[in-house]
Design a protein around this ligand. Structure first.
Ligand code: NAD
Length: 501
């Protein structure tokens, strides 16, 4: 057992770490070995009530804390995250199975959001217009909402919590985080560092659990806004229930991301990028490329794509030769193996089958080797559903128009990319595609935090997205003031006896 990992994950309520009184808990395991790393509790109603009450109380003083002081907490936090990045990455790698480099990336993408949150003063600026009528000025402020909550998935246990609470808190809100029960160690460390950065007690609270705990957050009248990232069914449920309870909700959901490969593309770049984007992180990324659409003669590259993926080896987080790690759980592995079988049954050609992969020294890991299907049709389950594993589907079309039609008929709209040497083809694609994040000769087009993470259609429910300006809009209300001062009052103001006694 790693000494940095407690035997049981504590809750963080009212600025104190406490062990849950709950009788309900589950193991957190190393997915490469099944070693039990710790246990995570499912918080009780009383614990969650106390967390919300404390967050509500803390809001009264935090919203009055000058914006520059709030920004300074983010500056301190950024420095602490950078200082502890390697140590955090080791913990993250153990509980998720990600390779060390990938784990560092998970933290780095979160640090970039904290850097953006340190700019909060300029991002919260309102608007002004003088003389909207004679001697009347109009101006707006952005003000925080109150208590906000975040529910996060297993696949980025650093980046996604950091998409949420730094922006919400920098805006002046208080926040309740409910991390994934599958990998709660990293979020716990993130919150410890946030405390060290100087965040006052009560500003951030952490509860753990699953559906019951999420329902509590969705139903609690003192919670104003819910941020969610996870799968489609849960995202739809959270959006429906949260908005039914008249809360503001942003729900980022699953994906099926296509890479369009034009025959004039740089072949080496296509193959190299496709390998990393499809099986990197064992395909457990919401922006992973799970479908390559080969246009015209690009279909002739299929054997080389297959050969490149055949060379890729999964392995343990600290194996520098490993391209990616295990799936998060035995259940996730079973689910992916089931999709591979369905693909074969439905008539796709399995060019590379990772079902039986063996990783020496790790007989119990949740391994799936790189898997490639060709002759995939839109009716097949391996195309219709998000597999969330190292499985790449290859499809062929004759024209760019056909590729665009295929992708626009797929319900998901998180990310996509086109590889081409033609500016005109790229321009047409970026304009016509109904997907929120488009890469041109870039395989995984995740926007940096001065933009926002803008998934569309079944990949997102809500209107204001994560980080950037949209996050500020999500976590604030706008107050617009129309003000008139009477000239006659200037004379009164100039009289010496106007001082209030
Ligand atoms: P998940 O939906 O199973 O769980 C996400 C969160 O919801 C967890 O905190 C979990 O405890 C909670 N939850 C699970 N079942 C619930 C239920 N029935 N009711 C209420 N809450 C519930 O997702 P996951 O498996 O942890 O994460 C993988 C999914 O997340 C993939 O679909 C992936 O595409 C998606 N994802 C999307 C984005 C994006 O930005 N669009 C980013 C990362 C991950």
């Amino acid at each position: 057992m790693n000494k940095q990992i407690p035997a049981s994950i504590p809750l963080y309520i009212d600025g104190k770490w406490e062990l849950s009184a709950s009788a309900n808990s589950q193991d957190v395991t190393n997915p490469a070995t099944q070693e039990v790393l710790t246990r995570v509790p499912f918080a009780t109603q009383d614990e969650m009530q106390r967390a919300v009450a404390s967050a509500k109380k803390a809001f009264q003083s935090w919203k009055e804390t000058p914006v520059s002081s709030r920004a300074r907490v983010m500056l301190n936090y950024q420095a602490l995250l950078k200082e502890h990045q390697e140590e955090l990455a080791k913990l993250l790698a153990q509980e998720t199975g990600k390779t060390f480099e990938d784990a560092k990336g998970d933290i780095w993408r979160g640090i970039e959001v904290v850097e953006q949150a340190a700019n909060i003063a300029s991002m919260m600026m309102g608007e002004t217009v003088e003389n909207v009528a004679t001697s009347i000025d109009c101006y707006s402020y952005t003000q925080p909402l109150g208590v906000c909550a975040g529910i996060t998935p297993f696949n980025f246990p650093a980046m996604i919590p950091l998409w949420m609470f730094p922006m919400a808190i920098a805006c002046g809100n208080t926040f309740i985080l409910k991390p994934s029960e599958q990998d709660p160690i990293t979020p716990t460390k993130l919150v410890e560092l946030f405390e060290q950065a100087g965040a006052p007690a009560g500003v951030l609270q952490v509860i753990h659990g699953g559906k019951e705990q999420v329902d509590f957050l969705l139903d609690h009248p003192d919670i104003q806004a819910i941020s969610f990232v996870g799968s489609v069914p849960v995202g739809q449920y959270i959006y429906r229930k949260g908005t039914d309870n008249l809360k503001r909700v942003q729900a980022f959901a699953g994906a099926k991301n296509h890479m369009v490969v034009m025959p004039d593309a740089n072949k080496a770049a296509v193959i190299n990028n496709l390998v990393g984007a499809s099986v990197g992180a064992a395909g457990q990324r919401c922006m992973a490329i799970s479908v390559a659409v080969l246009v015209g003669d690009a279909r002739e590259w299929i054997p080389e794509i297959q050969q490149a993926l055949a060379k890729v080896k999964p392995g343990a987080w600290d194996d520098p030769e490993a391209a990616y790690g295990p799936l998060i759980s035995p259940q996730a592995r079973e689910r992916v193996l089931d999709f591979i079988n369905r693909g074969k049954e439905e008539g796709a050609t399995c060019l590379l089958d990772g079902s039986e992969v063996v990783v020496e020294g790790y007989p119990d890991g949740n391994w799936v080797g790189p898997t490639v299907f060709s002759d995939v049709t839109p009716q097949m389950a391996i195309y219709r559903e998000e597999i969330f594993g190292p499985v790449l589907c290859l499809m062929t079309v004759d024209t760019l128009d056909e590729a665009i039609q295929l992708i626009n008929e797929c319900p998901f709209g998180n990310g996509t990319s086109i590889f081409t040497g033609s500016g005109a083809a790229a321009r047409k694609y970026q304009h016509e595609i109904l997907v929120g994040q488009v890469g041109i000769n870039v395989p995984i087009p995740v926007p940096l935090p001065f933009f926002s993470f803008t998934g569309w259609r079944a990949s997102f429910y809500g209107d204001q997205h994560a980080y950037g300006k949209q996050a500020v809009r999500f976590y604030t209300e706008t107050k617009t003031v129309t003000a008139r001062w009477f000239d006659s009052d200037i004379e009164l103001a100039q009289q010496p006896n106007m001082t209030i006694q």
